[in-house]
Write a protein that binds this ligand. Structure first.
Ligand code: ZN
Length: 151
């Protein structure tokens, strides 16, 4: 491990911290903060600590990427229920079969699209996550930078 690597790329200070450590520290600060909710004389609702706030704010900016999952599931369920309800209401088995056939094709297209989009998002997420893991914040000058341990 190259020791010089773990210095601010801007000012050279070693007072740096990884996003992960900042984020985890901020999270616990945020949790302890919820104890002291008070209503002020002007009816303002306040949380007790100020230092916790600033940590939390910094932590927020160092939050890891969020993995978004592409749904379309709600549309599918709606479609399925619609097909069954319409079929059952008319009491005709042919209609249920017809409705099911009608949903099979769009369903297949959905499934393909959802799989494709989610695979793309997986790649994007793992890239963003790797970058986040390598991200550092300099407490001296506020510089944000990435340390690539392999270089
Ligand atoms: Zn710096």
């Amino acid at each position: 491990m190259n020791k010089n690597l773990y210095r601010c790329s801007k000012c050279g200070s070693d007072n740096i911290q990884s996003y992960e450590a900042i984020y985890n520290g901020g999270k616990s600060a945020q949790t302890s903060r919820t104890d002291g909710i008070s209503v002020g004389s002007d009816w303002s609702v306040g949380h007790a600590t100020t230092s916790g706030n600033s940590i939390t704010h910094l932590a927020k900016t160092c939050a890891p990427p969020v993995k978004e999952i592409y749904g379309g599931c709600g549309v599918f369920i709606f479609y399925l229920i619609l097909a069954i309800v319409v079929g059952a209401a008319l009491f005709a088995i042919q209609l249920i079969v017809a409705s099911l056939i009608v949903i099979v094709f769009p369903l297949y297209k959905w499934a393909k699209k959802i799989t494709g989009v989610n695979a793309e998002r997986d790649v994007e997420f793992s890239k963003a996550y790797t970058q986040w893991k390598r991200s550092y914040y300099c407490h001296r000058c506020g510089n944000r930078f990435i340390i690539n341990e392999n270089s």
